[in-house]
Design a protein around this ligand. Sequence first.
Ligand code: MRU
Length: 351
Amino acid sequence: MDPTIDFDRYDRIRPIRWTGEALELLDQRRLPFHVEYLRCDTHEAVADAIHALVVRGAPAIGIAAAWGVVLAARKVQADDGSEAIAALEPAFARLNAARPTAVNLAWALARMRGALVDADAGWRERLTLAAQAIETEDLAANRAMGVAGAGLLSPGSGVLTHCNTGSLATAGFGTALGVIRAGVAAGVIDEVFAGETRPWNQGARLTVWELQQDGVDATLIADAAAAHLMKSGKVHWVIVGADRICANGDTANKIGTLQLAIAARHHGVKFMVVAPSSTVDMATASGAAIRIEERDAAELLTFRGERTVSEGVRAWNPVFDVTPHDLIDAIVTERGVVHAPDTDRMREMFG
Ligand code: MRU
């Protein structure tokens, strides 16, 4: 495929804006009908925004947290980096606790902390440069993954994606949605399907809106229609993102990903995970050790604040699941593609 794609033509949305004074986050709770940025002046406001899903998607929450550290630094007096690290510990802890499953959050905070090691009186500048680098590198990684992932698709492909993994979930272009953008640009994708992704409806509210903004034609399906769609033969690849990829290739992603992987294998549909190396967690041996976030049952029991389920009914709301590595055909990262991932192949790529 042609690697010289016009990236900007298919990528116009930016969820995170650093103004030099404050962090502005495109409020994803309000999309698609209200395009509003929420201004955050403190790291506490950033942590709350991450927890409330104002900003969401593994890479985007890492980037937002990095800028949160820059905001926290404004209130800190320190002569050098090691003093700053000590003073910033409560801010690191507060941001890290905002959401548990996506490793990008802890990864970004570790990188911000690392930027302070050995820093002199110019430590604030180091933090700003580190946050900028995290954001810039994410966009570059997404573009590289887009080209690599689209290279796995045959002309005439139908693809199904889940959740929102696009510009809204990253510094731009997206991971799985980046592959879809690149595949459409290269002319190898004929049809794009997006699952609605209940209960928060990232697919219905965000993905199809985002694709519409960029002129990419897509069809929304109910999550429950996925296996039926695969049986129809219209889909050749399921393409999803990731919140944490373990040392053996097991992958945590939005709830519902596991059942897509099982249905894909049953129907002979290929399954691709697309994520930057900042999502790879070689310190976690397998998916069994991943903490799965559980959110308020109200997400299931209500719709737009109104109860839709009879009083007294209980609900269980885990928001991620783990797809075992043997159901994954390819993990696409900016470092390259791991086919049929397992511990040995992951170690070869990620050390
Ligand atoms: O709860 P969310 O919306 O933050 O979940 C997002 C996902 O599961 C995405 O698939 C993942 O973070 C990758 S985003 C590039």
